[in-house]
Design a protein around this ligand. Sequence first.
Ligand code: ASP
Ligand code: MG
Length: 422
Amino acid sequence: MTKTQIHKFGGASVKDAPAIQNLAVILRNRLRNNFVIVVSAMGKTTNHLESILSLRLEKKDYSQNSTILKSFHLDICRALFSEGHIIFPKIENYFIQLHHELDKPVSKDNYDEYYDRIIGFGELLSSRIVMEYLCSQNALVLWQDARELIITDSDFRFAKVNWGKTRKNCQSQLKPKLDQFPVLTQGFIGADSVGRPTTLGREGSDFTAAILAASLDAGSVTIWKDVPGVLNADPKIFGNTRLFSELDYQQAAEMTFYGASVIHPKTIKPLANSGIPLFVRSFLNPDEPGTKIYSRAKAEQVPTIVLKKDQILVSFKVIDFAFIEEKHIHQVYEQLQGLKLRVNMLQTSAITISIVIDSQLFKLEQLLGQLNSHFEIRYNEGLELLTVLHPDDDSIPKLLEGYEVLLEQSTRNTVQIVRRIK
Ligand code: ASP
Ligand code: MG
């Protein structure tokens, strides 16, 4: 029996009509049974839906934004399908449903749940369009609602997978379909145990591919990207990058932990646990082999740069002339956890705790509100966190030309620097 292959296509690979035609060319000679295609929302759709949500929350008019989003999808369909194709009423229908959801009341209290009901429309639209397009190209592909497979808890926007239930669904519902046909589904979305839509965190479609792979005992996962594979730095920011032809799971996981955006950080673990190889390949050069991530890779230790933008450095200074103790760290972490804020870097000195976090809507304000009776708090926004793994002698000075350093930390293999343009 052939093992299942999972192929994931992100927003950039379905961003317009030519991109979808290219996807169909990539799949043309690969499609078979036991083949799962996972797609994200098209281009920047998820960001557009987030803007609509913010307007809705502020009780402002979002109709223009939603018209633009609808035209964006309809224009793609006009380029791919002939007039009168079934996709057109389907798109209309999704937008009717979207507006119906948006008409329901929202407040800061139910925002996360509300968000998950809205944000998944991007994936629903794109998966319908791609499925219909593949079918129009004589490839019979079944459409599957991922919310019927991926079962999560009710931690909206950051839902945790119920692995047992998800596996059961994949084995009982998906496998019989896959025995006969390729199946196309959505990344990023799931449902809780009572069927309410949930999401796995932004950029979570890679993780969906890994969840399905583990639950189906798949043979491999391939993520198609607009870069040649996993590189030692982001080629959109740094020059002279090098492609890793192989990486072991540990190395790849470490890079994603520090913020390498080429793969979602949760993707590696389920694959490593099941020994399923992950290929990262370019949809622009689909004949190139890209990067293979697996357990026996010959790990090369080249300087590897990970840059996280839009960071905030917050320092908490104790106010009662005491020194930092465990209880202070605990106080800070407790609040961070409540706000679902992850610490990207931590440093403590005699009287201050400094943390670096991602900039996120309303969160900083809430954090300051909760802790300002215990600490004197200062913060700097608009910073960059640079992590260099296996630095060599000249990698760091070069990266700091024209920058001011606000915080620095190094271990034998890793240097982390918070920087700001001078
Ligand atoms: N569309 C979702 C996002 O942009 C999920 C993904 O792209 O992986 O966050
Ligand atoms: Mg996306």
